[in-house]
Design a protein around this ligand. Structure first.
Ligand code: GAP
Length: 460
């Protein structure tokens, strides 16, 4: 049990109300554990992905980008071990038709009596566990026969392995170097749930770093540290993050060593994996070399040797880490002097979907015109929301809940003196800024990752 409260129900309803995340095909009763990102959600997730791409590809000269296809040759999944090994043990209850993962049955509840575990209720009729492959199958071409079976990829990594030599030769990178990509992955999970935490369609941000065997554990440690720093830079609280080392019995079929980066989601969910850092040895390249019959060795001309590199993988779920940023950011506060509290998403300014709200204090005296002009100018630089409806306090609250870090208010003094108030979401402090400097000041705050008036006193 986490020291943090369970905010999932509050978050699910806020996410729907404000347009972050909707259930897929909701008007038809919803699709099991598939979610759609609304206007605010798509901005938030895009910002998370852009930040990852910036850190992993653009700021490094030893990592190249890739966007491989979802559908791959079926032999890829034989070589990778997914056809034979990517399975979970499944148990059915013949009485209530519920399905459980046999290895997680201790965490499940009996649908007929939630105070009991599956198997403990008098009516339960559990089957013996049987292995269930998590890959979605489909057919390529018009004929639905076994020869045309293809899979929706269950991880993006294999697109990188099969392109290892293409990328290396095209870019003339020398080992050690990495290949990174962001893309959809699909798993027919037996027990999806907890909102977007475990879904059947999700996005991964994966990077495979190819190193000379013998240097792998050193790179493994480096990437572990770098990835934890990235999560901290996203604004996740340090005390909500921890490493979890995989014991030999937990290791995936390809892994030589593995650490998860876990985030504390609060309540009974507590610490759960958001990213895996794996030492995959030369498992994948060796498998693809054998199954394809193509040599995938790296030729080190300077040292006059050739070898199959080892791979250090960093693999993070875009949806899961986006959910972590929302859980981390959600606050319900009492506001001194006010009867109603406020709900805010104290998101890191860089990933906030909307950067600034622009509000004329009243709908007269030229304030809306001045505010609309300012909003239009700012929109060229970052996402802005213009709102002139309702009391100013309510408009602030609406943007607090959307995670908007800055509120810009145009009041009677603005039209006279050509200046505005910038209100800070997190501490509700305010500063006065000349209109011509607003874009610059907010830009500086965004670049410096600050969103409090307190920070402004210390100088951005
Ligand atoms: N290529 C290695 C790999 O796929 P993984 O631990 O199975 O490793 C990596 O997945 C990350 O992908 C996880 O840490 C998680 O963030 C995300 N992920 C995996 N399955 C998921 C699911 N069903 N729903 C949402 N995210 C998932």
């Amino acid at each position: 049990m986490s020291a943090y409260p369970d905010v999932m129900d509050t978050l699910v309803s806020l996410a729907k109300r404000r347009g972050f995340i909707f259930q897929s095909s909701e008007i038809y009763g919803g699709t099991g554990s598939v979610w759609d990102y609304g206007p605010l959600g798509v901005e938030l997730k895009n910002n998370v992905k852009a930040r990852w791409w910036q850190a992993m590809v653009r700021e490094r000269d030893d990592v190249e980008g890739l966007d491989a296809a979802i559908l791959m040759h079926p032999k890829v999944w034989e070589a990778s071990g997914h056809v034979s090994g990517f399975s979970d043990p499944l148990v059915d209850c013949k009485a209530c038709k519920a399905r459980f993962r046999a290895d997680k049955i201790g965490e499940a509840v009996c649908p007929r009596k939630p105070s009991k575990k599956p198997g403990e209720h008098g009516d339960c009729q559990l089957t013996e566990p049987r292995m269930f492959n998590l890959m979605f199958k489909t057919f390529m071409g018009p004929v639905e026969e076994s020869a045309s079976v293809v899979y929706l990829r269950p991880e993006t990594a294999q697109g990188i392995f099969v392109n290892f030599l293409n990328v290396q030769q095209a870019t003339r990178q020398k080992v050690p170097f990495g290949i990174a990509q962001i893309g959809k992955a699909f798993r027919n999970e037996i027990t999806p749930g907890n909102f977007t935490f475990r879904t059947r369609e999700f996005e991964q941000m994966e990077m495979q770093f190819f190193v000379e065997p013998g240097t792998d554990m050193e790179w493994f440690e480096r990437w572990k540290a770098a990835r934890l720093e990235w999560h901290l830079g996203l604004g996740l609280s340090r005390d909500r993050l921890e490493f979890h080392q995989h014991e030999p019995n937990e290791l995936a079929h390809y892994a030589r060593a593995a650490f998860d980066i876990n985030f504390d989601f609060g309540g009974t969910l507590g610490f759960q994996e958001i990213e895996g850092v794996h030492n995959r040895s030369d498992f994948d390249l060796k498998q693809h070399q054998e199954h394809s019959g193509k040599r995938l060795e790296y030729v080190d001309q300077a040292a006059n040797k050739r070898y199959l590199p080892y791979v250090i993988e960093t693999s993070v779920g875009a949806d899961r880490v986006t959910l972590a940023t929302l859980v981390n950011a959600l606050r319900e506060e009492v506001v001194p002097g006010e009867t109603e509290g406020r709900t805010l998403l104290a998101l890191h300014p860089a990933i906030a979907p909307i950067k600034a709200g622009v509000f004329p204090l009243t709908k007269k005296d030229g304030q809306p015109e001045m505010a609309e002009k300012l909003a239009a100018a700012l929109r060229k630089k970052f996402p802005v929301f213009y709102d002139e409806a309702g009391a100013i306090g309510r408009r602030y609250r609406r943007q607090d809940e959307a995670g908007t870090p800055f509120g810009i208010t145009i009041d009677p003094s603005s039209t006279a003196n050509d200046d505005v108030t910038i209100r800070f979401r997190d501490d509700m402090g305010q500063i006065r800024v000349s209109t011509s400097k607003v874009a610059q000041v907010i830009g500086d705050y965004l670049a410096a990752d600050h969103a409090t008036a307190e920070a402004s006193k210390a100088g951005v």
